[in-house]
Each structure stands twice: as C-alpha cells, then as structure tokens.
Design a protein. Structure first.
Ligand code: SF4
Ligand code: SF4
Length: 354
C-alpha cells in the first residue's frame, strides 16, 4: 500500500529544479547553477514525477525552477504535461528567453517569478547577468496581463537595497506585476559569499524596521498590488512534526536528489533520489522516516534541547525551524536562534488571552 492510500502524508507542493544549467550565472545563486553545469532531469523522469505527485494530490502546486528552466530542451513538453493535468505551475525564470517562444498558449497558463535586486540597471545586470533589468521590465509586453498569468517580482533584501522598498513597489506596479514578494537573502550556495546579507541575530533592529515598513506598506497598498512577505518572521511551526499526518513540500534537485523542503539544504537532508524510485516510496523509506523522527523528537521531547528544558514555554513551543537550526549550529540539539522572538510572541498571546 502506498503513502497516499495510507493517508499519512500530504504532498502539498513540489519544487522541481529541472536543470542546473543557467545563462545568467547570478552572483548569489542558492544552488550554484551556471553555464558550466550539465545537469537535467529527463522528460521521462519529470513525467513520472508529476504523474506520481498528481495521483497523490490533484490540487498539487508545482514550481518549475533551475538553473534557467527555459534552457531545458523539453521545456515546452513539460508545460504541455502540466497543462494536460490542469496543474498551474509557477516558473522561476530570469526572463531572458521569453521572447521568440512558440509555446505561449501554455505559458499563458503559468505564473512567473523573476528577481530584481537593484533599481539601477547596471547594478542589476552586474548581479544577474546582462539585460536582466530590461528583460524583467518588459515581461508584461511579452506575456500580457489579459492572460491567465500571474507575474511576481521577487526582491531579495540586503543591506544595499533595503532602503528602497517603496521604489521597488512602484516599479512592480509600473511594470504590470501582480505581486511584489519581499524576502531576506538566505546565505545558501554562492550567497554565502555575497556582501550585505541581513542576519536577524546580528542586525535585529534593521530586520525589525524592514518588516515593520513592509507591514505598513501592505496595509496602505490595498488592492494596488499583492505584497508578499517571505521568510520575514521566524517559523513557529514545522509541517514535519506531526506524527499522524505529515505535510511535505519537497525539493527535487536537477540531479534527482530529494530534500524535504527548500531550507533543508545540507546534503545531510537528502532523503533519496528520484532516479532510484518514485518520490512516494522514498518518503516511506527509513532515510526520511529517521529524519522525521528527529524533527518530531526535537519538537516534542522534553530534554532534547538543553536550553528549552527549563523554559516556561516548552510545552507550546516547537523550537523553531530544524533546517535553520542545523544550518546555524550544524546540530539539531539547538533551537533555531530565534528564541527571543518566540518568547515575546508567546508572552503576547498569553497576555491577550488572560
Ligand atoms: S524544516 Fe523549517 S523550512 Fe522546512 S518545513 Fe520545517 S519549518 Fe519549514
Ligand atoms: S521559547 Fe526558546 S527556550 Fe523556550 S522552548 Fe522555545 S526555543 Fe526553547
């Protein structure tokens, strides 16, 4: 009996990196994609993966990413496959290959996310490759707003660009984007060496002032544009910590390796490879089960984390994100470093309910 029939997991979404080949060589790529990479998931592998995911969840949401996904030789066939199953995909792209395509009929049923780092053309192009600024500015002239296409402008905030939140929003509106999605740059892959990363622990005041600014803008903007705040708050919950029903949003890398989620980036988190067996079987394997037991114990067991043992909130606290804890301390025997935030949050809730 498979995992869907047993009803013990729910795969709510899947992040699929169909290739690591990229024509942009962005300075801070989280998965080190580049024009020197050669890795592709074959159409057959993607076909099997998507059909397996769909058989588990007819409403699955899929992100197609890379590298630059439009460099995949079967990109159109992948779109056709998704379209046939009525899966509306989000395409993470640098928008360099949108012109001269013959698959607009399928592209018009997708959403797009592109990333803008700077409002200065020269600076944007130096970070994300030549013509990046103009490709992003012109996206709506290629995929018009009348189609079924949602366009999201992602802004990864750093010390260099965080003073220009209002101007980024104005640009997103001017260029016809439906969404401006702000998040802090995460130090993964080449971003480890990128200058200006804002770390919540080292720069708590800067971090809070940015989040407050974004919250205020969100309230004031109304329906002018959808403003998304990504990774702005520490995680208070993890979908892997419920033994009776796990919700999982796995990442499939272009070499077929499967990670439980996007932030589980270390090789230690690889739970199997899509070339060996279907993703649903991998989730039932001991490798994922063992990792899941660690996540569950870390969240629920008294004494797993020394500092939490004596904390007044230990019964209601899940000790933050295990992936961030591991990335920060190389161990699961720590909370994720956001304890001060969690304590303030629980105190506020307790006062409110008293
Ligand atoms: S490990 Fe962290 S990022 Fe991954 S699902 Fe759990 S809380 Fe979210
Ligand atoms: S608030 Fe901090 S110390 Fe207390 S249980 Fe949560 S993570 Fe541990």
């Amino acid at each position: 009996m498979g995992l869907c029939e047993k009803n013990i997991f729910e795969i709510s979404s899947c992040f699929i990196e169909i290739t690591s080949v990229c024509n942009a060589n962005c300075l801070y790529c989280y998965n080190n994609s580049s024009s020197n990479s050669k890795s592709y998931l074959s159409l057959e592998t993607i076909h099997d993966l998507i059909n397996t995911l769909y058989s588990c969840n007819k409403r699955i949401s899929v992100t197609i990413s890379g590298g630059e996904p439009m460099l995949h030789p079967d990109f159109t066939n992948i779109l056709m496959l998704l379209d046939k199953l009525d899966i509306h995909a989000l395409i993470n792209t640098n928008a360099s290959l949108l012109h001269n395509r013959d698959d607009y009929i399928f592209l018009e049923n997708c959403s797009f996310q592109v990333t803008l780092d700077s409002l200065i053309e020269k600076e944007q192009d130096s970070i994300r490759g030549s013509h990046s600024f103009s490709n992003i500015a012109n996206l709506r002239s290629i995929i018009p707003k009348k189609s079924n296409t949602n366009a999201s402008l992602r802004i990864n905030l750093t010390k260099k660009n965080c003073d220009y939140i209002d101007e980024f929003i104005d640009k997103a509106i001017e260029w016809g984007y439906d969404e401006a999605s702000f998040g802090f740059l995460v130090p993964y892959g080449r971003a480890k060496n990128f200058d200006g990363i804002i770390n919540r622990h080292d720069d708590p005041d800067l971090w809070s002032s940015i989040v407050n600014r974004l919250e205020l803008q969100k309230k004031q903007l109304g329906s002018a544009i959808n403003l998304e705040l990504v990774n702005c708050y520490p995680r208070t919950d993890c979908p892997f910590i419920y033994p009776d029903k796990l919700k999982i949003s796995p990442r499939v890398a272009s070499n077929g390796d499967i990670y439980p989620c996007l932030l589980c980036d270390d090789d230690k988190f690889i739970i199997g490879n899509i070339h060996d067996k279907p993703i649903t079987d991998i989730l039932l394997d001991e490798s994922f089960q063992a990792l899941s037991r660690v996540f569950i114990a870390r969240a629920w067991e008294d004494g797993y984390i020394q500092e939490c043992k004596v904390c007044a909130w230990k019964k209601i606290c899940f000790k933050g994100c295990p992936a961030v804890a591991f990335e920060t301390y190389k161990s699961f025997n720590n909370h994720d470093g956001n304890c001060d935030f969690l304590k303030r949050l629980y105190l506020k809730k307790a006062v409110r309910s008293s």
